[in-house]
Ligand binder design. Structure first.
Ligand code: C5P
Length: 235
């Protein structure tokens, strides 16, 4: 990292079980092409010149397997692997604890998005450099989205032009994210992303361009789609 530049670290959360994938191992350790989902994400941050350190959060008991992945990639930026918690937020919190105090910015990324690109990471870093409290790569929504009650009755139809589908990595000044977690306390457990915690704490969160290929692998069909996209990139 050039002298005087603010340091950026990434926290990659890979501690989910991935039940909807119906695999014999945690989702992050499922194969995609010739590597695992978590390896693909690690490689993207390892290779990005703006990122100087990585913390990876894995399911309890999978720390050694992560070390093998790191050795395989010769990923020298990976400073630590730690066991995650029962919610995504708890996993992020545990990863964040291992990010050194002097680090200026944190990029939180879901290992479930193995096709993250340099361009998306760049867009998030530019948003941070402009002073936002949170930066979310996102896409316009093509479906009409309805809010429903418990019995399926529609409560509201949301105005589609105002909606964005949020991706990761989401970027934050480290202190802002730490304070948002402290403010949320146990309520953080229901958050499905980190930006929502910063929003609730009063931070200014902006959306920047995501990438349609930066898909989240949830089901078998997503895994096949990710493999196709990866193969197209290799051509
Ligand atoms: O479950 P979902 O796909 O929304 O998870 C998003 C990301 O958060 C995944 O990369 C998953 O591994 C991670 N996660 C985690 N700890 C949990 C739940 C999810 O690290 N307890």
């Amino acid at each position: 990292m050039p002298e005087g530049e603010l340091e950026v670290w990434s926290v990659i959360v890979a501690a989910g079980s991935g039940e909807r994938l119906d695999a014999d191992r945690p989702k992050a350790f499922v194969r995609l092409g010739n590597r695992t989902l978590v390896a693909a994400s690690l490689e993207a941050f390892e290779e990005h010149p703006g990122v100087s350190g990585v913390v990876c959060v894995v399911p309890e008991g999978w720390e050694d397997r992560l070390s093998a992945v790191v050795d395989d990639l010769a990923a020298g930026k990976v400073a630590a692997a730690v066991a995650g918690g029962s919610s995504r937020a708890e996993s992020v919190r545990r990863g964040l604890e291992l990010v050194p105090e002097g680090v200026a910015f944190v990029l939180v990324h879901d290992a479930a998005r193995p096709l993250v690109t340099t361009a998306v990471i760049d867009a998030v870093l530019i948003g941070l450099a402009e002073g936002a409290d949170g930066v979310v790569p996102s896409l316009a929504v093509t479906d009409t989205v309805k809010r429903v009650g418990g019995d399926g009755t529609v409560v509201e139809t949301l105005h589609r032009a105002d909606l964005r589908a949020a991706q990761t990595p989401q970027g934050f000044p480290a202190g802002v994210l730490r304070r948002a977690f402290a403010t949320a306390g146990a309520d953080a457990a229901v958050a499905t992303d980190c930006a929502s915690l910063v929003e609730r704490a009063g931070g200014r969160v902006i959306c920047v361009a995501g990438d349609p290929q930066n898909i989240k692998v949830t089901t078998r069909a997503d895994l096949h789609r990710a493999a196709e996209l990866l193969a197209d990139r290799a051509d």
